[in-house]
Design a protein around this ligand. Structure first.
Ligand code: BEZ
Length: 211
């Protein structure tokens, strides 16, 4: 069954390049990014995992743990990680799941048979500290993901979990945000002492509250 936003992220145990992992234990109280790629030793995947490794500090700053998955075996992952490190000038030190029996792929509906009968597509899930699914994105094999966009959405998710705001189109961390419609303007004036810019009664901006 496919997952939807707000669903509990299924737990699993899996063999990974960092040993056997229980997903929930691995995440602890952190946020998580679980992402699949079609296959090892493929060019786009090589750049994606390299880019993720290079963003290690950005993920750490946001308290996010990363976990990659494909249906390739562990030995193949281990050899490929050396190539990624060499070609992308990085150190991949997040675990790669060897999902040979497709347990994780099936739990997270990562195989889309009309795209490929055997390989996982580029699925990416952001899991909150409450273990619920906060974001799902799915890209085809031919298109590498934008990990700056992933980071941007995590910033929005973390901000909007703490404050009664939403983030507008193309929002970047530090820019003005939108007061959610459920907050009256009278209450918004108290909640957001940095001020309100009211464009329409339903379109009210305020400076980002956590900056
Ligand atoms: C790649 O990662 O380069 C790739 C994988 C599967 C199909 C096409 C490209």
């Amino acid at each position: 069954m496919s997952l939807r936003l707000g669903d509990k992220a299924p737990n699993f145990t899996a063999q990974t390049t960092a040993g056997e992992i229980d997903f929930y234990e691995y995440l602890g109280d952190s946020w998580g990014v679980l992402f699949s790629h079609p296959a090892d030793y493929t060019p786009v995947c090589t750049t994606e995992l390299g880019r993720t490794a290079l963003l290690k500090e950005e993920f750490a700053k946001r308290n996010v743990k990363v976990l990659a998955v494909s249906v390739d075996p562990l030995e193949k992952h281990e050899g490929w990680v050396n190539d990624i490190n060499e070609t992308q000038a990085c150190t991949v030190d997040f675990p790669l799941i060897a999902d040979e029996n497709r347990k994780v792929a099936e739990l997270y509906d990562m195989i889309h048979p009309n795209a490929s009968a055997t390989a996982t597509v580029r699925s990416l899930f952001v899991i909150g500290p409450d273990k619920t699914v906060k974001l799902m994105i799915t890209y085809p094999a031919s298109t590498g993901r934008n990990f700056y966009e992933v980071m941007r959405v995590i910033d929005s998710l973390q901000l909007t979990a703490q404050h009664s705001v939403a983030t507008p189109a193309n929002w970047q961390d530090g820019e003005d945000v939108i007061v959610v419609p459920s907050v009256s303007t009278i209450d918004a004036e108290k909640k957001f002492p940095k001020g309100l810019r009211i464009v329409k009664p339903y379109l009210r901006y305020t400076p980002q509250p956590n900056k």
